[in-house]
Design a protein around this ligand. Structure first.
Ligand code: ADP
Ligand code: F6P
Length: 325
């Protein structure tokens, strides 16, 4: 079948923002213009699409953004777009603006929307953008690298003061359903405990016992990396302090992990993925997700990608568990 010619593409960012999204936007815009396409920026994700917040973009619209965190297109969550009526309206607005191809940068929720747009005749390609690394079809998501480096630096600082005061510190990192940030930082920061939503059995008494043991061995601090999906860090700190007699503080790193200037890796991978998305549209493809798998940039059918599952690799968890002891 001959490739359907795409003349005007839209681009939006959706769901939680992630450092590197701007690099992807820049790459999409510049690749499209290089190939003679028009580009329209859709502001505020699907919400902005339904409100027709659509602006023309050119090469200079994306000047000086590659080093900036956040997304210059802004992002939002939009309930209306989860309804068939909202999706029809979105596809119709695309047509009215001459948009025949869309690049959607976001996570699994955003890709469900992308699949719907594709089914309604708008050629749509997804690019994985989330700090959580929780998109099954890809080993890399835009923002994860910056996020873990931001969290790692913050945890190093907390460790200094924790040691000086001979305290126990619980540091809560982001990841509501996925523990990748906690796993990577737990290992990279040399933590004493790594609590992952996928693995934590809730045995707080075992943690308390290990804290008491380590204090007996002369350890000056005890760093617990707790994932947001487990949460309750403040109440956990109170219980641990009461049970061990060791001063215990909780720090929730929060949204600082989603901001800041992207790392080189996030800028580079986001740039490649943005360009690949446009190239897929130019090749007449739709309903695909750009991914990075086994060392290569690839793409998957959205429905197949969303049906994939992913878990913390067992061997990495085993090694992390060994290193904390
Ligand atoms: P993420 O893309 O990071 O997973 P969300 O789950 O919040 O973030 O999804 C972002 C947006 O994608 C939602 O606000 C909604 O507009 C759209 N979306 C989510 N699920 C669906 C769905 N099943 N069908 C259509 N659109 C969806
Ligand atoms: O972007 C992913 C994520 O940071 C999750 O780790 C977290 O649970 C969620 O977004 C929080 O999003 P918000 O505070 O914007 O609702």
């Amino acid at each position: 079948m001959a490739a359907k010619a795409v003349k005007t593409i839209g681009i939006l960012t959706s769901g939680g923002d992630a450092p590197g999204m701007n690099a992807a936007i820049r790459s999409v815009v510049r690749t499209a213009i290089h190939n003679g396409l028009q580009v329209k920026g859709v502001m505020r994700g699907y919400a902005g699409l339904l409100e027709e917040e659509i602006v023309d973009m050119n090469t200079t619209s994306v000047s000086d953004i590659i080093s900036r965190g956040g997304t210059v297109l802004y992002t939002a969550r939009c309930r209306e777009f989860t309804t068939p009526e909202g999706q029809q309206k979105g596809a119709e607005i695309c047509r009215q603006h001459g948009i025949d191809g869309m690049v959607i940068i976001g996570g699994d929720g955003s890709f469900k929307g992308a699949g719907k747009l594709s089914g309604l005749g708008i050629n749509t390609i997804g690019v994985p953008g989330t700090i959580d690394l929780d998109i099954a079809c890809t080993d890399y998501t835009i923002g994860f690298d910056t996020s873990i480096n931001t969290a790692m630096q913050a945890i190093d600082k907390i460790r200094d003061t924790s040691t000086s005061h001979e305290r126990c510190s619980i540091i809560e990192v982001m990841g509501r359903r996925a523990g990748y940030i906690a796993l990577w930082c737990g290992v990279a920061n040399g933590a004493e405990e790594i609590l992952l939503p996928e693995r934590y059995d809730g045995d707080e008494q075992a943690i308390i016992n290990r804290i008491i043991e380590s204090r007996k061995r002369g350890k000056k601090h005890y760093i617990i990396i707790n994932a947001e999906g487990i949460g309750h860090s403040s109440s956990m700190a109170k219980r641990i302090e009461a049970a061990t007699g060791i001063e215990t503080r909780a720090t929730i790193l929060g949204h600082m992990q989603r901001g800041g200037s992207p790392t080189c890796k996030d800028r580079y991978y986001a740039s490649i993925m943005g360009a690949r998305a446009v190239e897929l549209l130019l090749a007449g493809k739709s309903n695909r997700l750009v991914a990075y798998k086994h060392g290569e940039f690839v793409d998957y059918d959205i429905k197949e990608a969303l049906a994939m599952t992913k878990d913390i690799p067992e061997d990495q968890f085993r090694i992390a568990d060994m290193l904390v002891r």
